[in-house]
Write a protein of this length. Structure first.
Length: 145
C-alpha cells in the first residue's frame, strides 16, 4: 500500500505530498486540479513512461517519491519500500529503491510485483502475456476442483 506520495515539478504541481489512508482513497476535484497527474506520478514511480513535457514549466527536473508499506516484499526494509525517480530536462533519469540506484527496467520489473493498475487503459499485469497462464490456472482451480 502506498502510504505517502511526494511529487515535485510535474505539470501544475509545484510540490505536493499526499498521505494515503488504509482502505479506499478517492481523489476528487475540479477539471484541471491535478488528479490525473497524481495517478500519472504513481505510474511513473512504477517504471512507466515519462515525457519531458510533463516537467513543470521553468524547472529543470521532476521528482517523485513513494513510501510503500509492503512487509511481504523481499525489498522491504522495516516493512517499507522507498522508491524515487528523478527525471531531468536533458533526459537524464535516476531511479532508486531504498536509496539504491536501479535501472528503469529493474524498477518496472520490481514494481510490477507491488503495484498493479486497474483502469480504463492503465492495467499492467492483465496485459502481460506471461501472466495469462497463471490467471487461467487460478480460474480452473476455483471452478473445476
Amino acid at each position: 500500500m502506498i502510504t505517502t506520495l511526494h511529487i515535485k515539478n510535474i505539470g501544475i504541481i509545484d510540490d505536493l505530498t499526499v498521505n494515503f489512508n488504509e482502505g479506499l482513497n478517492i481523489l476528487t476535484g475540479e477539471t484541471g486540479a491535478g488528479k490525473t497527474l497524481i495517478i500519472d506520478s504513481i505510474n511513473i514511480i512504477a517504471g512507466g513512461r515519462f515525457s519531458k513535457e510533463m516537467i513543470r514549466k521553468g524547472e529543470e527536473f521532476s521528482y517523485i517519491e513513494a513510501n510503500i508499506y509492503c512487509p511481504q516484499s523481499s525489498f522491504a526494509i522495516d516493512e517499507n519500500i522507498i522508491v524515487s525517480r528523478e527525471i531531468h530536462e536533458n533526459g537524464r533519469s535516476l531511479c532508486k529503491i531504498n536509496g539504491r540506484l536501479v535501472t528503469v527496467n529493474e524498477l518496472k520489473e520490481i514494481m510490477s510485483q507491488i503495484i498493479d493498475f486497474h483502469g480504463q487503459h492503465d492495467n499492467q499485469l492483465l496485459l502481460n502475456p506471461t501472466e495469462h497462464i497463471s490467471y487461467l490456472d487460478r480460474f480452473a482451480r476455483r471452478n473445476f476442483n
